[in-house]
Write a protein that binds this ligand. Structure first.
Ligand SMILES: Cc1cc2nc3c(=O)[nH]c(=O)nc-3n(C[C@H](O)[C@H](O)[C@H](O)COP(=O)(O)OP(=O)(O)OC[C@H]3O[C@@H](n4cnc5c(N)ncnc54)[C@H](O)[C@@H]3O)c2cc1C
Ligand code: SF4
Length: 626
């Protein structure tokens, strides 16, 4: 039986799929690549160990195969630690020990029950790509949403082509099997689970560039990280969100918003066309004027089903000018930061814009929770750096952003110093030095002042070894090698690949509350305050996340986050209390005529729509009312 610490780790896997992409350039779990069921990736192994320990699954043939396929190479150890501080390797070792112990004991190995549905699925996709072994299906049974379902599916299928998806959908319709389509399961609100069939798109990795038409055709298994990497290799950029999210799944479910939404848009803006297979197994295209597609360009203000299974999409490619970089403009309060971001958006300055709060800034920079906590306190209190407006722009845009800020900014050079020297930035002696230099301005502006900066930089001595010293001794050499790579501290690269965002949930899982709102400082501040109060009343941790301007600063997306220990029954109760309060409040606000507020709850699954149809609700509601 694994020890308590190992079981605790297994129960706290975040399920953000960061072990499924090569985001650190250290490789991906070879067992998962060879057999891309979730169960063969480290994330699935965490679930298997957890389920075995709780007696939810016996030792099965599938479990033994999963255990044997791991050679304890250790790739997952750094990938997981980098964003969550979890150390998964003992869990992987525990699974192998359980398999070895079972074999030594001579006990019988359980087999998957015979199921005609699985046989029919295998006839469509091939023997290897449909399964109902409990060790395989348990890895598709839940995510960290504390109120989510725990459905072990009857079977999992991994089709390899649109034709196979059509045949699977016809079978599902004929047999009336409950069904769900899943990308990487990173939507984290209990949405990709079913007692029937889970269709996992992991094998559908089509990727074909059409530079003349500024598009790329993407299969539903292609992740944001993979697409961005290939696009940049060819001199293009794409608007992507979370690196593990499948690009088409992200478009379908949230309309895919990110800081780049400020310039590149959201929802239907991303695509020239999308191909779907509907629930009856019929193929249709979004842009076919005579088919079922165009109906999905409109948003209906209700919770809806996905339009079907997206089997490919033509995604827009964006130009790269080669002189883009990032900077952060510091503010002490949210409202002035929002005014500045809105001003940039209205003037069309910048490609990526976001107003980040102290939790995001601190957790993105820090490789440990202790350091993140210290920075989250010190930035606003000691440096006057409560909020930061992130701007990624070409050199003309950067000049304009600086001019509009009218004060020292955290440019790429200083950002690297902060990222590498974070442990020293927040030491009392550095803060004392900054206080001596600040005069009547906030200390962060003294830090950013080009005249003062050499003194500060010399005092900080920021190197990869400085930041690596913050982590456990046995990981320091690996962190030092990582941080020696320039991209790990490059604001442009980091925002194109977004490898840091999952760090917001380093200490515990997060529940994002996402609203599309008019970009008005008082409104946003009031909404954020109430979302915080509801969490506070229920006893949950919470923090402001970010705001990104949309449609030239007329609208914005606001994310406020609650933090929950996914394995703690008390946090589950707290979450239920908080949801009981927030759901009627937000539903009511969004239903008010003229409020122009839309909650992600109703956009979810309608992300192929034109963003205007959910951003300008007053107009669409009036049209609906006739
Ligand atoms: C740390 C973190 C940060 C995040 N930040 C953002 C953010 O800034 N912006 C943002 O937009 N999202 C964000 N998200 C949410 C997440 O990235 C999206 O929900 C994304 O869609 C997840 O992709 P996935 O492939 O894992 O989708 P899944 O979770 O597998 O599926 C999501 C939904 O899409 C449907 N779906 C998936 N594939 C298909 C398909 N081929 N055809 C039809 N329907 C399909 C599923 O049925 C489900 O309803 C964040 C999530 C995390 C964990
Ligand atoms: S240790 Fe095992 S689970 Fe982790 S990456 Fe290597 S093979 Fe995969």
């Amino acid at each position: 039986m694994p020890g308590d610490a190992t079981l605790w780790t297994a129960a706290h896997c975040r399920h953000y799929a960061m072990c499924k992409i090569d985001y650190l350039g250290t490789g991906v779990c070879p067992a998962g690549v060879a057999r891309p069921y979730v169960a063969y990736f480290p994330q699935g192994r965490m679930d298997i160990v957890d389920a075995l320990a709780r007696g939810r699954i016996p030792v099965t043939e599938g479990l033994l195969d999963v255990a044997d396929s791991c050679d304890l190479c250790g790739v997952c150890e750094l990938q997981c630690h980098f964003y969550s501080s979890l150390r998964p390797l003992p869990v992987m070792a525990a699974l192998k020990s359980a398999a070895a112990e079972h074999r030594r004991s001579g006990a019988a190995t359980a087999r998957a029950p015979s199921d005609p549905l699985v046989e029919e699925l295998r006839a469509i996709v091939g023997r290897d790509w449909a399964a109902n072994d409990p060790a395989i299906t348990v890895a598709y049974s839940h995510d960290p949403y504390p109120l989510g379902p725990h459905h072990v599916p009857r079977a999992v299928v991994l089709p390899g082509s649109a034709e196979e998806v059509e045949a699977v959908m016809r079978l599902v319709a004929r047999e009336q099997v409950p069904f769900v389509v899943r990308g990487n399961g990173g939507s984290i609100y209990g949405k990709v689970f079913s007692e029937g069939l889970v269709l996992d798109t992991a094998r559908m990795k089509e990727l074909e560039f059409d530079p003349a038409n500024w598009t790329v055709t993407v299969g539903p298994g292609v992740t944001a990280f993979e697409l961005q990497r290939e696009a940049l290799r060819r001199g293009f950029r794409v608007n992507v969100g979370e690196p593990t999210a499948t690009v088409v799944g992200n478009v379908v479910c949230t309309g895919l918003f990110s800081p780049w939404t400020a310039a590149y848009g959201m929802g239907a803006d991303h695509v020239l066309d999308m191909e779907f297979v509907d629930h009856a197994g019929r193929r249709f295209r979004l842009a076919d004027p005579d088919g079922a597609g165009p109906a999905h360009l409109a948003y209906r203000h209700r919770v809806a089903e996905v339009p079907g299974v997206c089997t490919r999409a033509q995604i827009r490619l964006q130009p790269v000018t080669g002189d883009e970089a990032g900077l952060i403009v510091p503010f002490d309060g949210l409202e002035p930061a929002l005014r500045y971001a809105r001003d940039l958006a209205r003037r069309r300055i910048g490609l990526a814009l976001a107003v980040l709060g102290p939790h995001f800034i601190a957790t993105f920079l820090a490789p440990t929770w202790a350091l993140a906590q210290a920075a989250r306190r010190a930035f606003p209190e000691d440096l006057g750096f409560g909020f930061g407006v992130l701007v990624v722009a070409d050199r003309f845009g950067l000049d304009a952003a600086r001019a509009l800020a009218g004060k020292p900014v955290i440019d790429q050079d200083l950002f690297r110093t902060l990222a590498l020297g974070l442990p020293r930035v927040i030491e009392p002696k550095t803060l004392d030095l900054l206080r001596d230099l600040e005069g009547d301005r906030p200390a962060v502006e003294a830090l950013a002042d080009p005249e003062v900066r050499p003194v500060v930089q010399a005092a900080l001595g920021a190197t990869p070894a400085t930041i690596a010293a913050a982590v456990e001794p046995d990981l320091r050499a690996a962190y030092e090698r990582l941080y020696a790579r320039p991209e790990l501290t490059d604001l442009l690269w980091l925002n194109q690949f977004r490898i840091l965002s999952a760090r917001l949930a380093r200490h515990k899982h997060f529940m994002p509350l996402i609203l599309f709102v008019p970009l008005e400082g008082q409104l946003i501040t009031a909404l954020a305050r109430r979302l915080g109060e509801i969490a506070e009343e229920a006893g949950l941790e919470h923090a402001y996340g970010f705001v990104t301007p949309i449609d030239m600063g007329k609208r914005a997306v606001l994310e406020y986050d609650w933090y929950v220990d996914q394995a703690d029954p008390a946090d589950k109760e707290r979450t239920a209390r908080a949801m009981d309060a927030v759901v009627p409040w937000l539903d009511g606000l969004c239903a008010q005529p003229g409020s122009n507020l839309t909650w992600l709850k109703t956009v979810f699954t309608q992300g192929t729509a034109r963003k205007e149809s959910w951003l300008y609700r007053d107009l669409s509601d009036r049209a609906d009312a006739g």
